[in-house]
Ligand binder design. Structure first.
Ligand code: SP5
Ligand code: ZN
Length: 342
């Protein structure tokens, strides 16, 4: 399987993150990609393709141009006010019930275009965001040219980002952009299977009123996990998109017995839909040792996940999302790909 990867994410780093009432080193680090690439190479996956540069045209079908432009200028504007070395982050958030538009200040933009304190902007952030988009789009192009399955090693991740809101380590929604590219390339319907520990609130929001992209998400339930406000089973889509959103929330502490039953539910729904392309939002923060997640999947389970997904026999694009247990991250990701290709 071709791996689409670039080092251009590397300078998106160095910021601390707020975890409830503490500042901790950022879990979402460049070293994550090193762990994943090393384990994939050790497992025999060495066909690494550099992403081709793309315009923002497809990104603008998913995200508002004003939001994308904010992502580009957030750090430079912040640096002009505070000097180099820090990171741009919001101080206030949307005030419900009144219409709010950003004024010229970076603070108003951060307040309007981010929803939490987990999306720091440093000097290298925009380059990384744009590269992750290229990694997603290059994967979609390779499939249009006949590749049956590809792995887009996007960093930063994307599934928490909606049309005009960044959050949860996510800036642009790489999986959504890839889905749109497949539609542009002639796919009739795309399914996105999101197996990250956290609900893919951004992807859900983007496609909630659409039936050309089916979204299924397995995640920890909003009653006890981030992002706390979305991910209920009752969210089924609206308008034309009614029935094209499937949430499978589970309690903290869920093990593979229960989790894999939800996976089968999602897989059955996807099979019934017969999409022309499957995108897997691949997060492995479901691992028992993950410092951010709270499920109990074991490294061996990821082999079975790959096998189950392969059973759909669909053209498949894996898009990297979360996973933060550095000692097992590479193995867990490589196991999904091993299970899928065996
Ligand atoms: C892409 C992705 O996985 N984003 C995740 C963003 C999570 N942000 C912080 C969540 C903090 C709550 N969980 C703390 C659990 C400690 N065991
Ligand atoms: Zn996650």
């Amino acid at each position: 399987m071709k791996l689409i990867y670039s080092d251009a994410h590397r300078d998106h780093a160095g910021a601390k993150e707020m975890r409830y009432d503490q500042m901790i080193p950022m879990c979402e680090s460049p070293e994550r990609m090193d762990m994943i690439m090393e384990a994939l190479a050790a497992a025999g996956f060495k066909d690494v393709v550099q992403p081709a540069p793309h315009s923002l045209e497809v990104a603008h079908q998913i995200h508002s141009p004003a939001f994308v432009s904010f992502l580009e200028k957030a750090y430079p504007m912040w640096e002009r006010e505070f000097g180099p070395g820090g990171f741009a982050t919001a101080y206030t958030f949307g005030m419900r019930g009144m219409n709010q538009v950003p004024n010229g200040s970076i603070h108003s933009m951060l307040s309007c275009y981010t929803f939490d304190v987990c999306v720091p902007f440093v000097k290298g952030t925009w380059t990384a965001i744009r590269s992750a988009m290229d990694v997603a789009l290059t994967g979609a192009s390779l499939m249009a040219k006949g590749e049956a399955a590809v792995f887009s090693l996007c960093r930063p991740p994307g599934h928490h980002a909606s049309g005009d809101l960044a959050g949860g380590y996510c800036y642009m929604n790489n999986a959504a952009i890839a889905a749109q590219a497949h539609l542009n390339n002639g796919a009739g319907r795309v399914a996105i299977l999101d197996i990250d520990y956290h609900h893919g609130n951004g992807t859900q929001t983007i496609f909630y009123g659409r039936k050309d992209v089916f979204f299924a998400s397995l995640h920890c339930r909003p009653e006890e996990e981030y992002p706390f406000l979305l991910g209920y089973a009752t969210e089924r889509g609206e308008g034309e998109g009614q029935g094209y959103n499937l949430n499978l929330p589970m309690p903290r502490g869920t093990d593979y017995g229960v989790w894999s039953a939800s996976l089968l539910t999602a897989i059955d729904a996807i099979r019934a839909l017969a999409p022309s392309v499957l995108i897997v939002s691949l997060g492995v923060d479901t691992y028992e040792g993950d410092p951010v997640g709270g499920f109990r999947l074991a490294s061996q389970d990821y082999l079975d996940i790959g096998r189950q997904i392969a059973g759909l026999e669909l053209p498949t694009q894996f898009v990297m999302e979360g996973g933060y247990a550095m000692e097992a991250l590479g193995t867990n990701v490589a196991n999904v790909i091993r299970g899928f290709t065996r």
